[in-house]
Design a protein around this ligand. Structure first.
Ligand code: ATP
Length: 304
């Protein structure tokens, strides 16, 4: 059976004055998918969400939610949506329960749902405490509870787990997987690769506003080869990396600057000679082989 298209974007572009934020982005999200929007800071993820929700207008192209143009979203479409924005807009002087009750009453939702959500998100014990006493993870869980009050068909989350503790991560991840099981659709913006790999059916990687890859996590990993050689080096100076890159002339080489590590697929042509060249220009601290990860793909695709 053909699955319903919940989100559709076509040739979506948006500039802020001369700054390109989103450029020619096209993708579809089907009912029941967890779809990841991945990109480094400033890649254009939040702008894409704002365009999708009709909060900003595209310069070119269009997006649709449940078949409706985002610029003309009306009440019945909003009722099918749950959104968790990056900023934590909770009423911090109210307690957790009161925060949810305020919105439950707006949506005309029974208070039983509030208790169910507080229980699922392990916030029942803190429900009568002012939100200003909550940890970052608790606030984020409460925001997600709020977005789920109206039992939305589509949940949109912008960086929901940024800097959270492992307990909050576990609770949020399990809940999202549970929602998927119920047939809900989720659009998840994140820059955490492990999270994307664990949760998402498909991923769109965006960089500098453009869509640079769109596939399942498994297929994206295959595109870089099954195994990766991780070569930790101590370059005498940064220029050596440029020299190494130029001599190797190897499109499959990635340099992870933070960890001072060169990554090469194990099946890269002439791998022995490549290692000799690296030795000439840097001190090799260690060499390991391991399975390719989504982070490798991300580094390779977003490397400037
Ligand atoms: P982050 O993960 O840091 O939130 P992002 O992927 O969500 O980043 P956006 O916030 O969509 O990226 O920003 C995309 C680009 O547009 C960035 O270069 C940003 O500086 C720029 N930008 C965003 N909002 C505005 C604005 N109101 N005015 C000017 N430039 C903006």
């Amino acid at each position: 059976m053909k699955k319903e298209t919940v989100i559709e974007m076509r040739d979506l572009s948006r500039k802020y004055k001369s700054k390109v934020a989103v450029k020619d982005i096209s993708f579809e999200v089907k009912r029941g998918e967890i779809f990841g929007l991945l990109g480094p800071n400033g890649a254009g993820k939040t702008t894409t969400i704002n365009l999708l929700l009709g909060l900003q207008k595209p310069d070119q192209g269009y997006c649709r939610i449940f078949g409706n143009d985002s610029r003309k979203i009306r009440g019945e479409i909003y009722r099918k949506l749950g959104v968790v924005f990056e900023e934590k807009n909770l009423y911090i002087r109210l307690n957790g329960f009161q925060n949810l009750k305020f919105f439950a009453d707006l949506y005309d939702v029974k208070h039983d749902i509030i208790y169910q959500l507080l229980d699922e998100y392990e916030l029942l014990d803190a429900a009568s405490r002012q939100v200003k006493t909550y940890s970052k993870g608790m606030k984020q869980r409460l925001l997600i509870c709020r977005a789920l009050l109206n039992d939305p068909e589509l949940l949109i989350l912008d960086e929901p787990t940024d800097g959270l503790d492992p307990v909050s991560l576990r609770i949020i991840h399990n809940s999202l997987l549970g929602l998927k099981k119920k047939g809900k659709t989720i659009l998840l913006c994140t820059h955490y690769m492990e999270e994307a790999e664990r949760l998402c059916d498909r991923l769109a990687i965006i960089n500098k506003g453009a869509l640079i890859a769109l596939d399942t996590p498994g297929n994206l990993k295959k595109s870089l080869g099954e195994e990766i050689l991780e070569i930790r080096i101590e370059p005498a100076e940064e220029a050596n990396i440029t020299v190494i890159k130029n001599i190797l002339d190897s499109g499959d080489m990635v340099y992870d600057e933070k960890n001072k590590t060169i990554l090469l697929p194990l099946n890269s042509p002439g791998i022995g000679r490549k290692i000799d060249i690296i030795k000439e220009w840097a001190d090799i601290i260690s060499i390991h082989s391991r399975e390719a990860s989504l982070s490798d793909i991300f580094l390779k695709l977003t490397e400037c």
